[in-house]
Design a protein around this ligand. Structure first.
Ligand SMILES: Cc1cc2nc3c(=O)[nH]c(=O)nc-3n(C[C@H](O)[C@H](O)[C@H](O)COP(=O)(O)OP(=O)(O)OC[C@H]3O[C@@H](n4cnc5c(N)ncnc54)[C@H](O)[C@@H]3O)c2cc1C
Length: 353
């Protein structure tokens, strides 16, 4: 996977320095663009290995690790990009998933001062909670937590305590749910239920992916929403669901699931995986100088049309701007934000002359 696909080697240096925060597809594609324009780029990444979700969440059969690493090595070895890994960039106090793998931190406001531009591409590293009784039991985890745990063990980064459960219930219908269900099977689960509140036609992962999992042996349960987790001595023993029927379209345009009274049923499980979505995680808490006001209520960075945080040298791209999307969209945004950085800094040189 080449991130610096616009050139074969770095052109003459431009004297501009850019800090990229987050080494997922958005941050890496932006870095590739900027080095091809001669910029000096430092990448700050909280996890020990670059690649974002491609390295730490998406199953290997979909995105091979070698291909991501080839692109990263090219940026480092051929284009002189410095990767400050295991370094969480922060401004104000906040905790997100994967933070325990960061060994040090860097102050966002200091980066803003030290670099000509800062490009934030920190993705969606916090999971939505089920918000039902019992969801704090220790064997109720998010899909991101589950997949991150398996990937970090495979990469020699410890844990792996979520491996080996025999009966797993996964709640959700998106790619995270598909991946959690499939990885459960691959890791020896004998019974995997995938429960979604609408039908296969509305599943965000797409009908093809759901049917593929059914063929692999996953039990697909549609039109059911979780009501509570069955907990004994702090440990989840299963989940209670209520059957749904579809009503009129809601604000998303999809038919609204409507509960059917008295239709509750239980599925027993040793592990409950909640895969109902991830939330944007900017490195900015509300108390972060003037930047706090540019974070929306849903956590997204409120950048303008040129992906710039208005009136600053801070730019943003990828899922931290759009909310959860796909690799292709994150790459496109990374490239767009990099073009805007290029334009803004070139103008600065012209004005200075
Ligand atoms: C389980 C799962 C499966 C998916 N499967 C697919 C798929 O098959 N195909 C597809 O197209 N899309 C898939 N997606 C979506 C895709 O992974 C994302 O849309 C894409 O990775 C977003 O890219 P990004 O660069 O914006 O963010 P990310 O890939 O999340 O990268 C952000 C990076 O920033 C780092 N970071 C976060 N906060 C900080 C901080 N404060 N300081 C420093 N670094 C920080 C993170 O560690 C991470 O490396 C999947 C998503 C999930 C969760």
């Amino acid at each position: 996977m080449r991130f610096a696909f616009m050139c074969r080697e770095r052109p003459g240096a431009s004297h501009h320095r850019v800090a990229v925060v987050g080494a997922g597809p958005a941050g890496l594609s932006a870095t590739g663009y900027l080095v091809c324009r001669g910029f000096e780029v430092d990448v700050y990444e909280k996890l020990p290995i670059p690649g974002g979700m491609m390295t730490f969440a998406i199953p290997r059969h979909r995105i091979p690790l070698d291909s991501v690493m080839e692109g990263v090595e090219e940026l480092r070895d051929k284009f002189g990009v410095k990767f400050f890994t295991s370094t969480k960039v922060v401004c104000g106090e906040r905790r997100d998933e994967g933070d325990d793998l960061a060994a040090s931190s860097a102050d966002l406001l200091k980066l803003v001062e030290d670099y000509d531009a800062v490009l934030i591409a920190t993705g969606t590293w916090r999971s939505r909670r089920l918000g039902i009784p019992g969801d704090d039991a220790k064997n109720v985890v998010s899909a991101l937590e589950f997949l991150l745990d398996l990937h970090r063990e495979e990469l020699g980064l410890g844990s792996g305590h979520l491996r080996g459960f025999k009966r797993v219930v996964v709640i959700g219908g998106g790619l995270s749910a598909i991946d959690a269900a499939e990885e459960s099977l691959l890791n020896g689960a004998s019974e995997v239920h995938l429960v979604y509140r609408r039908t296969i036609r509305e599943a965000p992962a797409g009908e093809y992916e759901v049917r593929r999992l059914i063929r692999l042996g996953v039990n697909w349960v549609e039109l059911a929403a979780p009501q509570s987790i069955v907990v004994e001595n702090g440990v989840a023993r299963g989940a209670v669901f209520q059957r749904m029927k579809l009503g009129e379209p809601d604000e998303t345009g999809r038919p609204r699931p409507i509960p059917i009274p008295g239709s509750e049923f239980e599925i027993e499980a040793d592990l409950v995986v909640s895969a109902i979505g991830e939330i944007p995680t900017p490195p900015i808490a509300s108390e972060c100088g003037g930047l706090g006001k540019y974070v929306g209520r849903d956590g997204r960075i409120l950048a303008d049309r040129s992906l710039r945080v208005s009136g600053t040298n801070v730019f943003a791209a990828g899922d931290v701007v759009t909310g959860p999307s796909r690799i292709g969209q994150a790459v496109r945004q990374g490239l767009q934000a990099a073009r805007e950085v290029d334009r803004a800094l070139s103008l600065k040189v012209l004005v200075a002359r």
